[in-house]
Ligand binder design. Structure first.
Ligand code: PBG
Length: 327
């Protein structure tokens, strides 16, 4: 049955019918807002390549978090900028580390907000790699032990979800086992399962001061050319005990998001990373694109591709826009 009997434009003729048949709905409930926390007081240091994003000291972070709560964004993702760095990233698992302090402060003031912490060493190590380095190589098993320590210290501080982003083999199992044996079986693991070695993390590394001082991350993060391997990564993380899986970055990997969603019945997150944010912000500041429309289109595309959760630096803006539209 074809034209003229079928006319798809009839389904597009006004906003009411468009709303009624819309297949994908972006919602505030889908969003997690990433935040950077640093030592000090009264600090709100702008991240140059990410307009609107700051490194906050805990007092200022709490103001930002209350804004997040007002907008009804369900969760935040915390990254820490330590006072000092060393070979083994020891502030990452220190009881009085910046993240541990921040989590305690946030959970005290905002018990219902989901607090997610990134579990990695790169912000804390003097060499900027995501693990323990020996003879120029990132050591897998030694790193995994430290990652479990980090997760444990965050759990002790009261975190809801830990999110390992290092791409070591076996980290989810080690973290799950450690949490369970220490009485934290209710803490969730959201694993950065398919995390690619992407140039889109550039602005983040400026924000967190976490660029590797030698080499790159291709010996642990995934090759952007691979999709089947992403399914293997996800499969293993699920077997190791991940509750939520993640694909990162989002925009250049929408096919991976779709394949993962089709294959696994697990909640799926997509990380709309720093470089993706920067591109939109830069073009919008030049007046070359309509920021609101572009952001909503991009995030709707991620949802259409199959993600349930979107980690995005646009979260506050999106929540505000959706609120205005009464969605
Ligand atoms: C830590 C980590 C990174 C990001 C999230 N966790 C940086 C990296 O892997 O180099 C990137 C986030 C972003 O670009 O927004 N390993």
């Amino acid at each position: 049955m074809a034209f003229p009997i079928q006319r798809l434009r009839r389904l597009r003729s006004n906003e009411a019918i468009r709303r009624m048949i819309r297949e994908t709905q972006l919602a505030v409930d889908d969003l997690i807002y990433p935040l950077f926390v640093t030592h000090g007081e009264g600090v709100a240091r702008p991240v140059e390549a990410m307009p609107g994003i700051y490194n906050y000291s805990i007092d200022r972070l709490l103001e930002e978090v209350s804004e997040v709560a007002r907008l009804k964004i369900p969760g935040i993702l915390l990254f820490g900028i330590p006072a000092g760095k060393d070979e083994f990233g020891s502030e990452a698992y220190a009881a009085e580390g910046i993240i541990q302090q921040a989590v305690r402060a946030i959970k005290k003031g905002f018990p219902d907000l989901l607090v997610v912490t990134d579990i990695c060493l790169c912000e804390y190590t003097s060499h900027g790699h995501c693990g323990v380095v020996r003879d120029g190589r990132v050591m897998n098993d030694e790193t995994v032990e430290l990652l479990a320590e980090i997760a444990l210290s965050h759990a002790a501080a009261g975190v809801d979800i830990v999110a390992p982003s290092d791409m070591m083999d076996g980290r989810v199992k080690a973290i799950r086992t450690t949490l369970d044996t220490r009485g934290y079986e209710e803490v969730l693991v959201m694993s950065y399962s398919a995390k690619y070695a992407s140039a889109f993390y550039g602005p983040f590394r400026e924000a967190a001061g976490s660029s590797p001082h030698f080499g790159d991350r291709q010996a642990y993060q995934m090759d952007p050319a691979n999709a089947h391997e992403a399914l293997r990564e996800v499969q293993l993380d699920i077997e190791e005990g991940a509750d939520i899986i993640m694909v990162k970055p989002a925009l250049a990997y929408l096919d991976v998001i779709r394949r993962v969603k089709d294959q696994f019945l697990f909640p799926l997150a997509a990380y709309n990373v720093s470089g993706e944010y920067t591109m939109v912000k830069a073009a919008a500041q030049k007046g070359w694109i309509d920021e609101k429309k572009v952001v909503l289109e991009l995030l709707t595309g991620m949802k259409r591709a199959g993600t349930d959760i979107i980690l995005t630096y646009h979260a506050k803006d999106v929540a505000e826009w959706l609120l205005q539209e009464g969605v």
